[in-house]
Design a protein around this ligand. Structure first.
Ligand code: ADP
Length: 327
């Protein structure tokens, strides 16, 4: 039996942060051993918000290096740069013809981006979930390791797959999200999720211990004398959520008790958290340096993956063009 296909991608909008790592990359790492995986830098999605064409290629390269540094293994998975596989945009256009505009206008990410860039509300932004559906369906992906913020897009993907299958015959699986324990990593700024586009919210995979400490120092806390149950939201809740993701249960429980007993010292919690985060990131940073020093190897990995991806992509497109009556 053929192995299940897996697809996921990250935009090239800056160096990866802990949210991307725990919510998406950790899932990719868990799946690469078992399944037939394609992991992408989705540069065609990147250009739907304001960006600098002069630095885009370097940003794409940075994500590839972060992927390799995190342990994505080109012997086990394929690494893709989305724009180099033109079948993505071809399939996205065909899928767009069977999906209502009104559903896209209602999606939370579209509304957020419209509010964030009121002067840059372009067709690509509205079209984003259709292209994302095409990204996964092009490879007939069944599992998608992404954070919980992507669930509405997964729903669109399934709707499109169902609609296509009912109109043109069984073709696509209905992809499911693969969730990790870090499917929602909170912001360091006190509210919302950790995100590349929100300054002060993130720790990147390349931060050294001093930088991690500095970023955590700026995270808001309280007087430490409230006691009782942990708050459900805000700076303290977020710090505890992060702590849970990085330390052993007994260390986490000690700080919970300190909080309850009104004797918590946030400087101590932040120091423990900084060390734990850095301990996880240090080997990644060393591995990244080795790939940085060997650009030829990285180019070879990308070329080899591209050839394999093009083959699968073209085979799906031949089927789609035939089923839609285009050839
Ligand atoms: P960003 O929101 O930082 O710009 P992307 O939109 O490119 O990141 O998302 C890339 C991947 O990282 C997606 O799978 C997304 O779900 C995941 N992700 C992003 N932020 C977080 C977070 N704070 N917690 C968990 N997963 C996240």
């Amino acid at each position: 039996m053929a192995r299940k296909r897996v697809y996921s991608g990250i935009r090239a909008t800056g160096r990866l942060h802990l949210g991307n790592y725990l919510g998406a990359v950790k899932g990719m790492l868990a799946l690469q051993d078992k399944y037939d995986c394609v992991f992408s830098v989705v540069d065609a999605h990147t250009i739907t918000v304001p960006y600098d064409p002069k630095t885009l290629r370097q940003s794409v390269r940075d994500i590839i290096l972060d992927y390799l540094a995190a342990g994505l293994d080109p012997k086990k998975c394929k690494l893709e740069i989305q724009s180099q596989i033109p079948q993505h945009t071809e399939l996205a256009y065909y899928l767009a013809t069977i999906y209502p505009v009104s559903r896209l206008e209602d999606l939370p990410t579209y509304k957020e981006k419209k509010a964030q860039y009121p002067k840059y509300v372009n067709m690509g932004l509205l079209y984003y979930p259709v292209l994302m559906a095409a990204d996964v369906l092009l490879y007939k992906g069944e599992l998608v390791p992404v954070g919980i913020d992507q669930e509405p897009h997964l729903e669109v993907m399934r709707e499109i797959a169902r609609k296509f299958n009912s109109m043109f015959g069984e073709t696509f699986p209905e992809p499911k999200r693969f969730a990790t324990s870090g499917q929602y990593v909170p912001s360091l700024a006190g509210g919302g999720k950790m995100s590349k586009s929100i300054e002060g919210s993130f720790i990147t995979l390349s931060d050294d211990l001093e930088t991690i400490k500095k970023r955590l120092a700026a995270a808001p806390t309280d007087s430490g004398t409230l006691g009782g149950n942990l708050p459900k939201e805000g700076g303290v809740a977020n710090l505890f959520m992060l702590l849970k993701l990085f330390v052993l249960d007994d260390v986490y429980n000690k700080f919970v008790h300190d909080y309850k007993d009104k004797k918590i010292r946030y400087s101590e919690l932040k120091a423990v958290l900084a060390d734990a985060i850095y301990k996880e990131l240090k080997p990644l940073q060393e591995r990244r340096r080795r790939f940085e020093q060997n650009p030829k190897l990285v180019d070879e990995i990308l070329e080899e993956s591209k050839a394999k991806c093009l083959k699968i992509a073209e085979s799906t497109m031949q089927e789609v063009r035939e089923k839609m009556g285009l050839v």
